[in-house]
Design a protein around this ligand. Sequence first.
Ligand code: NAD
Ligand code: DAU
Length: 365
Amino acid sequence: MISLNSNILVTGGAGFIGSNFVLQWLTEQRTPVTVLDKLTYAGNMENLASVQKDTRYGFVCGDIVDGAMVRRLLDKQSPAAVVHLAAESHVDRSILGPAEFIRTNIVGTFQLLEAVRGYWMELPTEQRSAFRFLHVSTDEVYGSLKPTAPAFTEETPYAPNSPYSASKAASDHLVRAYYHTYGLPVLTTNCSNNYGPRQFPEKLIPLVMRNALKGLPLPVYGDGKNVRDWLYVEDHCDGIRTVLERGVPGQTYNIGGRHEVSNIEVVRQICTIMDELKPTGKPYASLISFVKDRLGHDRRYAMDISKIERELGWLPRETFASGLRKTIHWYLDNPEWVEHVTNGSYQEWINMQYIPTSPVGAVSQ
Ligand code: NAD
Ligand code: DAU
């Protein structure tokens, strides 16, 4: 159990889930947080601007692959827990260029674990047994489900299909090994698709919203019938805090929204809400454009979350309808955030990913 006056280290805290986690932690737990983040294209200081002056918050720009730096940071900050979110996270990018995924997700997690192991071994006995390393992973490690197959449980064998999910699976195995071999008190969470404020607009929901607002085509891969299980990001962060406080070291916990929906249905729902909140006279759904499928595209993910419900009493609070509406409101209220995060290399990514097969990025901005 993390005590109320202990501080934590969060890797990847300037990204989508990481920043939501840090903001929620400072509000709910009220103890200090240090963020370690390399600030890749996906990391953004603006995500943490609201806590910039909070004396409980500290930021270190650094790479988890640099184990010596991580060890120095741990010795300086003496955290009671490390919450590990830093990763390359976008499946399409892993298909076009897997190397960075191997480097950060596998080598980075290994270096982080080594630094944490050295730090943890030198802690006084009481702090040593209370220490936790929480590794944030994904449902994608379990592979793809047939339409009527039961949802993934914590016992489902790993069968990752993309370079991204293979790299996450490798990191999960390393985390598991550090528990079994060294006794490092680790916890792993495997979560389904998140959505909510501050998600980088390379992912389906924010990409569709951004394109809709610009009158650009809304790209749906293949037949649009791939199914994902969606969870509002604040519910995920709440789940991570629950596992950190009450999870049993060495155990893994599935986290999900119990809300399976096809991609085309997600895009249609976004269009319907946008028609209501930001009407243009022409339905947004008329922008829907079916484009070439993702290579090796997993057909369906679904999470059985009965273990975390039964053992730790966690359940999502937000419905997809309420969470999606909140998310759309946030993007409509924060156009400058979208402009800032997309004014760098973003257009290069869109051109590489979409122009060869569809006119999505071809319309002038
Ligand atoms: P994100 O891409 O938005 O953020 C990743 C963060 O990690 C960024 O701030 C980036 O700068 C940082 N980072 C990347 N490489 C780094 C390195 N070498 N050293 C230090 N920092 C580095 O990702 P996200 O969507 O917030 O996902 C966070 C974690 O949750 C990831 O581990 C991901 O696999 C996992 N996850 C994501 C989802 C989802 O739907 N987004 C679902 C389940 C699990
Ligand atoms: O399941 C958890 C995973 O969810 C996380 O581990 C990943 O980090 C996160 O990126 C997410 O992976 P997905 O590949 O499921 O998310 P993405 O938003 O990229 O795509 C969601 C679905 O929408 C997927 O079936 C592909 C499809 N899609 C995506 C994009 C970007 C489209 O149809 N068109 C698009 O333009």
